[in-house]
Design a protein. Sequence first.
Length: 69
Amino acid sequence: MKWLSRLVDNASNYFARRKGLLPLIGIILVIINYILPFIFGLNVITGSNLFLHLGVIIAIFGLMLAWAL
């Protein structure tokens, strides 16, 4: 469990200086989710909207982390 504590501390220190990085990554993933069906057609990843869900989760987590820091 010590490694998890160290990981959270390092991530907190890293994202404290880069508050908009996680929401930006989330927005980019949502845009990628919009573009992928035009390039590859329908498959498992585009059909399940994997990048959309990951992007929204990462963006919300980034906003909550930026607000807390």
